[in-house]
Write a protein that binds this ligand. Structure first.
Ligand code: CMC
Length: 436
């Protein structure tokens, strides 16, 4: 694969003074070229200004590619549709982390490593009883994942490749266990230990829904659906939570703390919290007759209301994950005899109305991955407060891949953005008696 390399230059000119500075234009293997502005402060004393990172490539990466205009998502070159159809979550996690699909031997070793690391230290389990039962499980996850660094001291040295590898598979292995415990704790049910006879997704369902008092049989259709949902959420290049993980790790912070930071960022309603928000919105709409009012509010610039599950910073076309998610939603609801779920009807109609509305067309607002996720998870018996936790379980695969990629760089650089300062200029201290 060709490396990104200097190719052309771009000249930046100050129209007032006529001064100009030459900057390198660099090409990747796909996607827009970038202007390498790193020398700019040294050459000109100027900084670039880009709140929200609308036009900033924050790093060089080989993991995931998104073409938002075409609606394309590739992991290490493989289209998401292909992976969702033919792969498994654990295989995709390996692909993200290692750069290629595993051969049979690698797959066996990888699956063994994950399966035999799903238990968490018994002492860590006691952390849960420190939380209120009505705490949001994302708050609980932030705490317990951060606490992992206090337990696994042999995998927190990011300079050591063997420790880095161990941290990655430990995190992927333990996330479903921790997530299921957050769910059980909220419901006052006993924690279920992982079962090594089950695959990753089936084991997750078992830990979420089984009780020790009776046998629990995992529905294979639901287990496969869960596996696909995990694949769809596994990575999405430099999104807010992944960038948070990278920024946290740039200071040399340990991997468990960095993933806890990612979880904190993911929880926001503009990011991973949207799947929960979509279900709340659909529940509030109740019937299709209420859709026009919601559309009116979403278009009103003076109303903060937005159609949750619609719009994306990068996709200006149908999110390819949303298309697959819609299919999974219909499959799961069909399997569970819920095809007539009134909220599904609200969702389908809302999507159709929004997609033919000039406001949404003009602003290129399409359903994103969250639009059909909430309905699917709800049908599977997962409470809304757990939706984003599930997203975090899946996204751990991407987070650790990005963490690993950044930690392996030969010349790591601490992330340290600058600013356009618009506060007061230097002034003298005013004693209390002279303050107005
Ligand atoms: N409903 C109504 N209007 C919207 C919506 C929406 N869902 N999303 C964007 N707009 C409008 C927005 O008001 C703005 O209008 P104007 O140009 O008149 O100011 C324009 O579209 C551009 O929006 P923006 O907020 O500047 O775009 P952004 O790239 O900063 O935000 C977003 C992207 C995902 C935060 C936003 O579309 C949104 O809030 N969507 C709803 C929440 C959601 O579904 N989030 C899940 C994202 S996908 C999963 C993930 O990656 O975590």
């Amino acid at each position: 694969m060709p490396q990104s390399s200097p190719s052309r230059t771009v000249t930046l000119t100050d129209d007032t003074t006529g001064e100009s500075w030459k900057l390198e234009r660099r090409s990747g293997t796909m996607g827009p070229d970038v202007i390498d502005v790193r020398p700019l402060p040294r050459l000109s004393g100027l900084l670039t200004f880009d709140p929200g990172f609308i036009s900033t490539g924050s790093c060089e990466s080989k993991i995931t590619f998104v073409d938002g205009d075409q609606g394309i998502l590739l992991h290490r070159g493989y289209p998401i549709d292909d992976l969702a159809e033919n792969s498994t979550f654990l295989e995709v996690a390996y692909l993200l982390l290692m750069g290629d699909l595993p051969n049979a031997e690698q797959s066996t070793a990888w699956t063994h490593n994950i399966t035999y690391n799903t238990l968490v230290h018994e002492q860590l389990i006691k952390f849960y009883s420190g939380f209120r039962r009505d705490a949001h499980p994302m708050a609980v996850m932030c705490g317990v994942v951060g606490a992992l660094s206090a337990f696994y001291h042999d995998s927190i040295n990011m300079q050591d490749p063997a420790q880095r590898a161990k941290a990655c598979y430990r995190l992927i292995a333990k996330m479903p266990t921790l997530a299921a415990m957050a769910h059980k704790y909220a419901h006052g049910q006993p924690f279920m230990y992982p079962l090594n006879s089950l695959n990753y997704a089936a084991n997750f369902l078992q830990m979420l829904f089984a009780v020790p008092a009776e046998p629990y049989e995992v529905n294979p259709i639901l287990a496969r659906a869960m596996d696909k949902i995990l694949i769809l959420h596994a990575d999405h290049e430099q999104n807010a939570s992944t960038s948070t993980v990278r920024l946290a790790s740039s200071s040399g912070a340990n991997p468990f703390a960095c993933i806890a930071a990612g979880i904190a960022s993911l929880g926001g309603p503009a990011h991973g919290g949207a799947n929960e928000a979509v279900l709340k919105m659909l529940t509030a709409l109740e019937v299709p007759a209420n859709i026009p009012e919601a559309i009116r509010r979403a278009k009103d610039p003076n109303d903060p209301f937005r159609l949750m599950g619609f719009g994306h910073r990068v996709y200006k076309n149908y999110d390819p994950r949303a298309r697959i998610m819609r299919r999974i939603c219909h499959e799961v609801l069909g399997t569970l005899n819920l095809a007539n779920d009134p909220l599904l009807q609200v969702a389908v109609e809302l999507e159709q109305i929004a997609l033919s509305d000039p406001y949404f067309i003009e602003k290129k607002l399409y359903p994103n991955v969250d639009f059909y996720t909430g309905l699917t998870l709800r049908a599977m018996g997962i409470p809304p407060s757990m939706f984003t936790v599930l997203f975090a379980v899946a996204r751990t695969a991407g987070w650790v891949a990005h963490w690993q990629e950044q930690s392996s760089e030969s010349k790591p650089k601490i992330g340290r953005p600058r600013q356009l300062y618009t506060g007061p200029t230097a002034r003298s201290f005013v004693p209390m008696a002279q303050r107005g």
